[in-house]
Each structure stands twice: as structure tokens, then as C-alpha cells.
Design a protein around this ligand. Structure first.
Ligand code: IMP
Ligand code: MG
Length: 186
């Protein structure tokens, strides 16, 4: 088991309050999610759409754990309006090249916080007439349960209401590469 002291050299001087998910816990859950996903989609074309940048590591592990044909693409969403608060004014900066119509779309998100980004993407993607639209999130803080237009069909872990980094999650673009998820000390 990794302890905060073991990872201090990775943290650019920031302190880790605690390690929330160990690398082997993540790997075991990703394997289970891959099985759940392949059992859910009996037929049809599946397009896994990762929301960048936070989901890049999760998507790359997840798709290798789904034993069925699928395609992978990414979305880049940008919030505009008030820069400090997630405003819900989301636009797509990179839009998938692939056709969405008639495909099963699995939107992959790193962590659900206010749920605003996800709500807007659900609207945007539903308008493209996919055969189905489901969400897979690695982590959910459950702060958005009552406002989400669609709850994640596949969820890795419940998240504490703390600022988390690692396995794709950043703080000012740092720490995405950590193979574990940690809570930063203030
Ligand atoms: P939402 O629109 O508030 O749900 O924003 C979700 C996005 O905020 C996620 O995709 C993350 O990029 C970012 N985010 C939310 N909580 C955390 C966290 O604890 N650590 C790092 N990024 C986070
Ligand atoms: Mg971020």
C-alpha cells in the first residue's frame, strides 16, 4: 500500500493528505467496469467518447478491458462565461470526427462534481440522434445527484468531497500522471 510519504517526490512540494485509491484498486475496478460494459451492449456499434483531458488515462485502461468491438474518440469541452465558476456555458472545442447517429455512445468522464459540464454535453450529444447515450464516470462526488439529466450507468467509485488529483485528474495541469488518486492537503 502506497503511503503519502512514498509519493512525496512526485508532488512538486504539495502535500498529499491521503491516498484515496491505490493503483491496484483502480485496476481491479476498471476490469469489472469493462465486463459490465460489454454485458450491457449486446449488439450495435459502440463509440466510447472520452472527455479530455481528465479521462485520458481512464479511457485508455477502460477500452482495453471491454471485450467487444468499439471505437474511441474524444471531446474537448470548454466552459466560458465566468472563468472561476463552472457556468454551464459549455461549447465543444474539439468535436468527434466520427458520426454519432445510430451508435451507442458511452461518454466517459473523470469525475462528476457540479454536473454542469455533463448536463450540457448530454444535451449536445442527444441532439445527434445516437442509438443510446450512457455515462461512465471514474468518480462521483454525488453533489449533482438531483440535477444530473442522466446519472452514470457505470461508476468506478464514490468520491469524497475533497480535491483529488492523479489518474488523469489535475491541479493546474499537474499530477495527471500519478498512477493513484490522492487528496491534496491545503
Ligand atoms: P463539473 O461540471 O463541476 O461536474 O466539473 C467536472 C470537471 O471538473 C471534471 O471533469 C474535472 O476536470 C474537474 N474536477 C472536479 N472535481 C475535481 C477534483 O476533485 N479534482 C480535479 N478536477 C476536478
Ligand atoms: Mg481539470
Amino acid at each position: 500500500m502506497l503511503q503519502p510519504a512514498d509519493v512525496a517526490h512526485l508532488m512538486s512540494g504539495r502535500k498529499v493528505a491521503r491516498i484515496v485509491l491505490q493503483p491496484d484498486e483502480i485496476a481491479a475496478r476498471v476490469e469489472q467496469l469493462g465486463d459490465e460494459i460489454s454485458r450491457f451492449y449486446h449488439d450495435g456499434e459502440l463509440l466510447v467518447l472520452g472527455l479530455l483531458k481528465g479521462s485520458f488515462i481512464f479511457v485508455s485502461d477502460l477500452v482495453r478491458a471491454v471485450p467487444r468491438p468499439l471505437q474511441v474518440d474524444f471531446l474537448v469541452a470548454s466552459s466560458y462565461g465566468d472563468a472561476k465558476v463552472s457556468s454551464g456555458n459549455v461549447r465543444l472545442v474539439y468535436d468527434p470526427e466520427t458520426r454519432l447517429e445510430g451508435k451507442h455512445i458511452l461518454l466517459v468522464e473523470d469525475i462528476i462534481d457540479s454536473g454542469r459540464t455533463l448536463n450540457r454535453l448530454i444535451e449536445l450529444l442527444s441532439a445527434r440522434q445516437p442509438r443510446s447515450l450512457e455515462i461512465c464516470a471514474l468518480l462521483d462526488k454525488h453533489l449533482a445527484d438531483s440535477v444530473l439529466k442522466k446519472r452514470p450507468r457505470f461508476l468506478g467509485f464514490d468520491a469524497p468531497n475533497e480535491f483529488l488529483v492523479g489518474y488523469g485528474l489535475d491541479h493546474a495541469e499537474d499530477f495527471r500522471h500519478l498512477p493513484f488518486v490522492a487528496s491534496l492537503a491545503d
